[in-house]
Design a protein around this ligand. Structure first.
Ligand code: SF4
Length: 318
């Protein structure tokens, strides 16, 4: 990564050179620097308090395990939530759960597993096959994961649910939503989303100001054993193209990705950029599960299972 460079702090050979910060650090100094950056983001966006119980959504990948490791090192009461999706291509779900269990075991951290098939009767690929109108597994998967994360966070009394989205993820989504002028998504894209309903958990992305390669470097120097394989359904995702485009920009102009995302957030914070999400101000209780929903009747998750939007339902399992 930075073969002939020296660590700015101690003078040892550098392990990573961050051109956007004009900063090279060795493997010993880098983790403290990384954690300090994340702590600053947590405090600036008031994501959670030091004594709060926090839920960390973990997939077994580098970002979510990096986040969990950082939060534990910073002294947060961070408990894991692994959602077993039942994706069996390349044993993806089996292997990812093993990585989560090994990570937690090595650190004495507690975590819980929600097995989608055992809880609801169908795995994510099975749901996607049944639901012909939703051709992509990711649509079903996103909906199911959001519902489960919110349910577990609310039932468990956690102060917030945190996810491992990094700056590359956020910048790619921002690019996608800007190119399509999606005011609803642009309105909701924030480092921390406060709870707007008693049954809606606070959500936070503590790694949102860290580059993907910085997260990968942290996982590497900390010896975090994560699952290298991507979910098989991620192949061909549009965000991959946007990430490549942003990385080309970053090569020409170090810091371009960070500027794109951070300036967007700053403009929203200052009020100079304001998106109003239609219908977002009024939340209703889902008539089946009680979770908040923007339209009266059933929420999107319950419509998936019980119908209510005129489309095929998956059954009455819950
Ligand atoms: Fe779910 Fe799609 Fe992500 Fe796979 S790539 S975990 S199916 S959202």
């Amino acid at each position: 990564m930075a073969s002939r460079m020296r660590c700015r702090k101690c003078g040892q050979p550098a392990a990573i050179n961050m051109r956007r910060h004009r900063l090279a650090l060795c493997g010993n100094c880098y983790p403290d620097w990384f954690r300090a950056q994340v702590q600053r983001t947590i405090r600036h966006y008031q994501m959670c308090g030091q004594d709060d119980r926090i839920l960390v959504a973990v997939s077994g990948g580098k970002d979510s395990l990096t986040l969990w490791d950082v939060l534990l090192h910073l002294g947060y009461k961070a408990e894991g939530l692994y959602i077993q999706l039942g994706i069996l291509d390349n044993d993806y779900s089996i292997e990812s759960e093993k990585h989560v269990a090994a990570f937690a075991g090595a650190r004495g951290a507690s975590f819980q597993v929600v097995n989608v098939k055992e809880t609801y009767g169908l795995s994510i690929p099975e749901m996607a096959r049944h639901r012909r109108r939703m051709a992509k597994a990711c649509s079903v998967c996103g909906l199911v994961k959001r519902h489960i994360m919110n349910r577990v966070a609310c039932e468990g009394g956690y102060a917030a649910i945190t996810t491992g989205h990094n700056l590359d993820d956020e910048a790619a989504v921002l690019m996608q939503n800007t190119l399509h002028w999606e005011p609803g998504y642009l309105a909701r894209q924030l480092p921390a989303l406060p709870s707007a309903h008693p049954r809606l958990a606070r959500k936070a992305k503590p790694l949102c100001m860290m580059y993907e390669r910085e997260c990968a470097a942290y996982a590497l120097v900390q010896g975090i054993d994560y699952i290298y394989d991507e979910c098989p359904f991620a192949v061909g995702a549009k965000t991959i193209l946007y990430k490549e485009l942003l990385n080309r920009l970053e090569r020409e102009s170090p810091g371009a990705k960070a500027q794109f995302y951070a300036q967007f957030i700053r403009a929203k914070e200052s009020g100079s950029l304001c998106f109003v999400e239609p219908g977002a101000l009024l939340l209703h209780d889902c008539e089946t599960c009680g979770q908040p929903t923007t339209a009266p009747g059933r929420c999107a998750f319950c419509r998936l299972w019980h119908g209510g939007d005129g489309s095929e339902s998956l059954g009455e399992k819950e």
